[in-house]
Design a protein. Structure first.
Length: 419
């Protein structure tokens, strides 16, 4: 990918920053001279530092490199137009530092110097950061944070299940979906089997006869509950774990509310975007995946020059290693993990809604690939399609794509007939 960046001779200086919680180590190379300083992590100090550079170099462009995982500092620096930001993959800076310190010696100023030298010598091969429009940046951040909240909820539900297995395993089968509002209400009110069985049958009936799935088989859930025999009767174990269950129930309720708030904000931004219908046309995208796919590609259609760039940037394209007679193709690890997971998850959804996707997945499995390898191969195919849709602003057309497969006599057609 080649963003429009100043040419080497237009950079007045090259700056490498080694990030820290309170003070960043800074190395600046200008006119062949290296200078070191510390930059406090505060809005005022960063603004003063940027203004000083602007005055010193007469408004000329200054190249600034730092590890891309330090997003907070990147966003603090992006507001100054004379600073051209180069986010560096942490693995790149670590490998480059090892060239000059094979012993493993490490210090903050030395790390900042290595980043600055990497920028001076290889900035032609690095990509300057070009922020997307504010709507896309906010949508992307909301989608990423929603995923983190969902993951926290999943872990909390797992902790709840593990706690219930200790003293109240009957609740797992009785309530089924433990993160549902109904299940959380029941556990919050009756956190043990003993308390549940002591409740009046009419009260239990109010909760279980209309909402429990057990009555679908014709069984009376109230009678079934009262007939259960407790596995644990030790009050010390029951009381302690019941208190933890009530704590976890409160946490999951709060996380449920948070997920709903994020989804409302995401849907509001997504539905207002002019490309919303484009990504909604993708099979299996849904309310969760369509906004993530939109934020992954963004609004700037000059950002990527080819589908191959998107595939490499998102980590879906594999890495080929050849040496002598050795030739291996491996999964890409140095990439944006969130984007890679986005397209991986979309491929998993798409094969349930798109006949050719399911056929392609089965074709890959028939070749001996594992589940995740087959999904990555499917995501690789989908990225080419999505990139073409994005560039041409044409919604997805499944029958048209299948016609293309038939015209080319694709080997997946025999699997398509059996799906």
């Amino acid at each position: 990918m080649s963003d429009q960046s100043p040419t080497p001779e237009n950079f007045a200086a090259f700056v490498g920053i080694d990030w820290a919680d309170r003070e960043h180590a800074v190395c600046m190379i200008a006119d062949g001279q290296e200078t070191f300083e510390s930059l406090p992590h505060s809005a005022e100090e960063i603004a003063q530092w940027a203004a000083l550079l602007d005055r010193r170099f007469g408004g000329r462009k200054i190249a600034v490199a730092l590890e891309q995982s330090r997003g907070g500092l990147v966003h603090a620096l992006m507001q100054f137009p004379h600073l051209v930001i180069f986010p560096i993959n942490p693995k790149q800076s670590a490998r480059y530092r090892e060239v000059f310190a094979p012993s493993g010696a490490k210090s903050d100023p030395a790390d900042a110097k290595a980043i600055a030298r990497l920028l001076v010598e290889h900035h032609r091969h690095l990509r300057a950061w070009k922020p997307d429009d504010p709507r896309i940046r906010e949508l992307d951040r909301l989608c990423q944070l929603r995923r983190k909240v969902v993951e926290n909820r999943r872990k909390t539900v797992q902790q709840l299940v593990g706690t219930l297995k200790v003293y109240f395993p009957e609740a797992i089968d009785l309530l089924k979906n433990l993160q549902s509002d109904w299940a959380l209400e029941v556990l919050g009110r009756w956190p043990s089997l003993q308390e549940l069985q002591r409740t009046h049958p009419k009260t239990l009936g109010k909760y279980f006869r209309k909402k429990s799935r057990s009555d679908e088989d014709g069984d009376d859930p109230v009678k079934a509950i009262r007939a259960l025999k407790p596995m644990i009767t030790d009050k010390a174990v029951i009381h302690a774990n019941a208190l933890l269950v009530q704590t976890l129930v409160g946490m999951i309720r709060l996380l449920n509310k948070s997920v709903a708030q994020f989804e409302e904000a995401i849907n509001g931004l997504f539905n207002q975007h002019e490309d919303a219908a484009l990504f909604q046309s993708l099979p299996g995208a849904g309310d969760a995946m369509a906004p993530r796919l939109l934020s992954a590609l963004g609004s700037d259609r000059e950002r990527f020059n080819s589908a191959e760039e998107v595939q490499a940037y998102c980590g879906i394209a594999p890495v080929t290693r050849s040496s002598g007679r050795s030739h291996t193709v491996k999964r890409r690890f140095a990439c944006n993990k969130y984007l890679r997971q986005t397209f991986h998850e979309f491929a998993a959804h798409a094969r349930r809604w798109s006949p050719w996707s399911k056929a392609f997945y089965n074709y890959q499995r028939a070749k001996g690939k594992g589940h995740h390898a087959a999904l990555r191969a499917l995501a690789y195919k989908w990225l080419r399609i999505i990139y073409r849709m994005w560039k041409t602003r044409q919604p997805y057309d499944e029958p048209h794509y299948i016609d293309q497969l038939e015209r080319k006599q694709s080997p997946i057609l025999k699997f398509l007939k059996t799906t």
